[in-house]
Design a protein around this ligand. Structure first.
Ligand code: HEC
Ligand code: HEC
Length: 397
């Protein structure tokens, strides 16, 4: 299988080379024959002479937030990031890749409540979707925002004892061992030379490339986007929406009116924290009342980030995984049940004030029709290319 792929690859590389030789701008374009180890490991999936487009992807005009900072995406570094993301060699015993817990078919999340790491380890929180991470106002990462930047985030799972294992504690090697290991792998020698002109593997280089790959994962081909593109603003009815979807959108976006803590009119206020059109999280959000620690009786008041609410569900309406950092909800109806009757737990000193009007947990008094409308609206945030585009897929296959 690999062998025949290889032949096709060499043929097409030859054609690509022949074509590119006739073009002026191809001077310096790397010939794929110069990268035999890349060809052997990835077949036609990765061709240094013809990289996939990560750097110049289109984005809708209404998308304005961007936490790229100084690490602008290049096709070469994002490609190296893709290989790293799917490579089990990044774990101590070669069993776990980033993609083991962030699966493309589930919007780069995991359907399991907690995800399996190395040697029986598992994660303390539910995995997060990695869709449109670039377009979030909150540029700190993880449910509790403990990673100050996406760059810093990317090597934390590698050094997590339970996840990929290079913790440097309890007899486990530290990340320096991984850097040496990667530097000895033939396709990394070629990839690092291609990207950085030398073969040195460093932690900042891993961070730069992994963050670029993660930031490249975008989803803007949903029904919502088709409607938003031709509407004057988010509040206006979308011409491609059903009446129910438009009702759900209004409920999601508009703030509630309260008498005491009881909703007597208006919407549900979701958009106050999960703002359109990115559906990212307001950086000033405190916790939403989900304060448990999976498998314990302790409380954790510091989970104040959510991934974009885009692609909560995939085509057909199935959820991409259980929701919240505890994975406690397995339907949008349950999520609305939670927000509909916020319980102010004793000791929850960090509950967002928007959820406790007058100091008491909000009661949204939702009707069944309202629940159905918000559910229908959230389903319009599901894209399609993010699940299928080969540039985000496993290059080892
Ligand atoms: C063993 C499973 C597992 C592995 C392996 C893993 N992750 Fe994660 N990832 C998670 C979980 C669980 C969370 C949420 C953890 C938390 O907040 O404490 C997460 C969170 C993240 C986030 C934060 C998203 C956000 O919006 O804040 C990013 C980015 C991410 N992972 C990228 C990666 C990368 C890159 C790798 C590989 C170097 C990786 N992950 C490896 C399970 C995993
Ligand atoms: C005060 C801010 C705030 C408001 C208002 C709010 N949320 Fe959230 N939301 C959060 C926070 C914070 C989280 C992360 C919670 C956690 O897991 O600890 C979250 C998580 C979620 C999640 C889980 C996302 C995932 O990837 O698992 C869903 C779904 C959600 N909210 C939907 C809604 C809906 C629908 C509404 C309106 C009824 C709403 N939210 C209102 C702050 C808010």
């Amino acid at each position: 299988m690999r062998k025949s792929t290889r032949i096709v690859f060499i043929l097409s590389a030859g054609i690509a080379l022949a074509v590119s030789c006739s073009k002026k701008e191809s001077a310096g374009t790397p010939a794929t024959d110069a990268y035999p180890a890349i060809a052997a490991a990835f077949g036609t999936n990765i061709n240094p002479a013809q990289l996939a487009n990560y750097a110049a992807q289109g984005r809708p005009a209404y998308i304005t937030r961007d936490n790229t900072g100084t690490n602008a995406i290049s096709d070469a570094k994002a490609t190296l990031g893709r290989v790293l993301f799917y490579d089990k060699a990044l774990s101590i015993n070669n069993t776990v890749a980033c993609a083991s817990c962030h699966r493309q078919s589930f919007a780069f999340s995991d359907t399991a409540l907690v995800s399996n790491g190395v040697e029986g380890g598992s994660t303390g929180r539910h995995s997060m979707r990695l869709v449109n991470a670039r377009f979030a106002r909150e540029a700190k990462f993880f449910w509790n925002e403990r990673a100050a930047t996406l760059e810093q985030q990317t090597t934390m799972p590698i050094q997590d004892h339970a996840e990929m294992g290079f913790s440097g504690t309890a007899g486990r090697p530290a990340i320096s061992t991984l850097l040496t290991r990667l530097q000895g792998i033939a396709y990394y020698k070629e990839l690092f030379r291609f990207v950085y002109q030398d073969e040195t593997v460093t932690e900042p280089r891993l961070q730069e490339c992994l963050a670029q790959f993660v930031r490249s994962i975008q989803s803007f081909d949903s029904k919502y986007d088709a409607g938003r593109a031709v509407a004057p603003n988010d509040g206006a009815p979308f011409s491609n929406f059903t009446a129910q979807e438009n009702q759900g959108k209004q409920l999601f976006l508009q703030p509630p009116q309260f008498t005491g803590n009881s909703r007597t009119g208006g919407g549900l206020g979701c958009g106050g924290c999960h703002g359109a059109p990115e559906f990212d999280i307001d950086p000033n959000t405190r916790n939403n009342g989900i304060i448990a620690v999976i498998g314990t009786t302790s409380l954790d008041l510091l989970n104040t980030r959510a991934p974009s609410l885009r692609d909560l569900t995939r085509s057909g309406g199935a959820l991409n995984g259980p929701m919240m950092h505890t994975g406690i909800f397995t339907s949008i109806q349950q999520v609305l049940g939670h927000y509909g009757a916020i319980n102010v737990a004793p000791g929850n000193t960090n509950l967002d004030q928007r959820l406790r009007p007058g100091g008491q947990g909000q009661q949204l008094n939702l009707t069944a029709a309202e629940v159905q409308a918000v559910t229908a609206f959230l389903n319009t945030l599901t894209g399609s290319a993010v699940y299928t585009d080969a540039k985000w897929s496993d290059p080892f296959r």
